[in-house]
Structure formats: C-alpha cells, structure tokens
Design a protein around this ligand. Sequence first.
Ligand code: ZN
Ligand code: ZN
Ligand code: ZN
Ligand code: ZN
Length: 431
Amino acid sequence: MALNGTRIPPLSARVGQACYSCFAEPSVETNLSRCSKCRSVSYCSPECQQRDWISHKAFCKTLYAIEHDSASKTVLVTSLSVTPSLDCFQKAIHFIGLAERSLNRPLNAIERNLIAYEPKCLSCLSSSRSNRILRMENSDPQASLQSCPQCHLAFYCSDEHWGPVAFNHMSTPCEDGYRGLSQCELNQNLKVDARFARIMGSASGPVRIFQWAPERLRTRWIPLPEEGDWDKEYGDELRSMAGGGGPPLGPFLRGSSEGLSFPLTILYALQNLNNDDVWTQRKSLTIHILGASLDKEFSYSSVFEEILHRLPKVQSLTLLLCGPDLKGMTGSTGKAIDMDTCPQLRTYHEYARGLGDKFVKPDFAIAFNSGLSQEAVASWAETIRFLVAERIPTAFTSYNRDEAEAETNILRNSGANLVLGPKRNPWEVKC
Ligand SMILES: [Zn+2]
Ligand SMILES: [Zn+2]
Ligand SMILES: [Zn+2]
Ligand SMILES: [Zn+2]
C-alpha cells in the first residue's frame, strides 16, 4: 500500500517492532531505538530517523503535546465505556480528533494507523500510552508492555494478564483467519510477508504489487477442489519458477493468492451455480464485476486471464468492471485511461439502465467484499433489486461471517434465490 509514493509502514513498524523508516526488524546487527520524544516509533539507525524526520516531525510533536496535556491525559486514562474494546475505539477516535485539531488538518492513513494500532495488552486492552501516563514513566515504554515471545506483535501488561490469553492467541484458530491458523501464526506470516515486500519493493518507493498468474494452459476444465489448498494448486509452478530455491514459498503463495483469489472465486462460484459442465463449453463468457475498485480488481486485472487458462473452450472473455471508485481513473501518465466502463454513471444499476435496450445480460456477476450491509446500503439495495429482476446469477463475497450473514438477509429480503450460501469461500485470499 502506498500513500503519495510513501509506503504505509507494516504492522510490525506501527507497533514499534520494526524500523519506522526502512521496516527492518531487530537482529544481531540491528537494534531499534525509540523516538525519544513521542516514543511511538522506532528506528534502526540515526540515518533512518533523520530520513523520516521531515514527515514525522509535526506529528511527533503533536503526540507529545497531547500526552503531556493534563486535560487530554485524563481522558486517555479514564474509561469512556464499560466495554474495553469500545473504550479503545472511542479513545482512538478521541485521540485522532485531538491530533487533527492541533495540526489543523486531517490525519493521513499512516498517522491514523499509528494511533489505532498502538500496542495494547491482549487481556485488559490497556495501551502503552495510558500505562506510560499512569506510571509517569519516561523510561522504555516496552517496560510497561511485554510482547509475545513468538510473534512480538501481541502485547501484555503483566504475567497475570498473559497467562489466560496466551493459549488462545497462540493455539486457537482465528475466526476470520485462514485455515485454522491462530492469531500468533497469522502475525508471524505477516512479518514474513513484510520482509518479503521489503525485498521485492524498495522501502522508500511505492510498493510493487506482486502479481503472478501461471503460464500453463489446461487442456480441459478440472473442477476446483473444495479445500482451497493454494500450495497444491500453485506451489509446484511457483517453486519451479523460483528455480527450486529463492525466497520462501509462503509469502509468494500469499502474495499470489491476493490476485488469483479473484478468478478462482469466480470459477468456484460458477462451478457451484451450475449443475453440469455446459458453462465450461461456451465459446465466450461475460462477467460483470460490481463495485470494482482501482487498487483491487483493476490493478489485478491481468490475473483474470487465469479463467481462460482453465477453460480452454472459452475463446473470448469479457470482463466489465463497474464501480464509483473507478471514476476519474488515471494511468501513470496522469491521463485518464479510456475504458469501456461507466465513467459518468456511478453504479451498476444506473449503468445498466442507462444502456436501456443495449444492455446485454452477463453470464455471471460478482461483487467482491462489497460491504453492502455497511456502506452505500441504499445504492446496493437498488443494484440487488435490478439483479433479482433481471435474474442475473450473482455472487457476493464478504470479509467475515457476520458480514456474510447480514448480506444474506438483505439478499433474501430482496427476493433473491440463494443457491450457494452463505458458505466459506475456499479460494479466499490466503492471509
Ligand atoms: Zn531503518
Ligand atoms: Zn517521534
Ligand atoms: Zn493487561
Ligand atoms: Zn504471538
């Protein structure tokens, strides 16, 4: 992820476990030292700190000022809510508001992350900042919070608080995670991936999106297995591409799954929506992607070719990406890209209705993680009414079970005939 050409620091850097400038983790040669003023970020060397100072300076002073102001200090250590997680959330919102008022501008994503992801005790959710204020410590803030010995991305304030949560953190499958991995294992993957991204892209420049689609062509359609085993599906090809050695496969697979999940989810849905293989014998296939965004479906658009690689009978694949986010899309030249989408119309139903008689129903439509139960609810409701009225086979994916259930209710209430779900997508992004 990049912000005006600056990479957004990975979680490890946001919680002070990696250099905030080059994202290097501590090692035998590298020790991290905290910014002595805000104590929210760490650096591996004076050079890294100097390089980051221009962008960090104003925010650093603001953090320091808020933490030392008696009125805001009181709010940061007083409970605002009886629910600890809500309390954290409210405090973060409050803190962001204070910082924005003091800086007289909205915070950017990098700055908001630093406040929102501040290390907190897994058990009582007290933060290093509130501990620091309470104890009036000017020493190492890590003295108030210890980190998990395995991932160093989870924290606890005392041994009494670590004991009851350690097993859950290290061994219980994470509800929204991938294939039974625990929070700690997911965190460890995240660190490997951050290391991988550091190698693949330059830390100071915009990160290169790792895109990979296999070159092999299948001679016939082979149904996708029910268990989304990315290693089984792509591991060998990736390994041979890397010459057997090279960087560890984990981050390659996870990086690949980020793009390949789009075509595989489409194929998996089509395979489940059809009772036979007739759809795989078609000469052409038209798929509409609803609510598409610039940094997701559009930037990964070349990966959709995997659909053709798996469906040898299909000679032409038409993808239509439609979504308000694609409006004003610009290429690296700064000029708008001429695309066959709906630049002046905002949503799918507007686009389709705008075409009138010229609208050709797709074979299939899909909306990836639309959040239709949370955002632009009225607009999505209109799109769903249109899809139901036109009887367009459509799939919706969501980030987690709660969203999936909320979306299922909306779809059911709109008169949609639910065939597939809600069910877990075995070809979800592996991370
Ligand atoms: Zn550094
Ligand atoms: Zn600082
Ligand atoms: Zn605690
Ligand atoms: Zn851990």
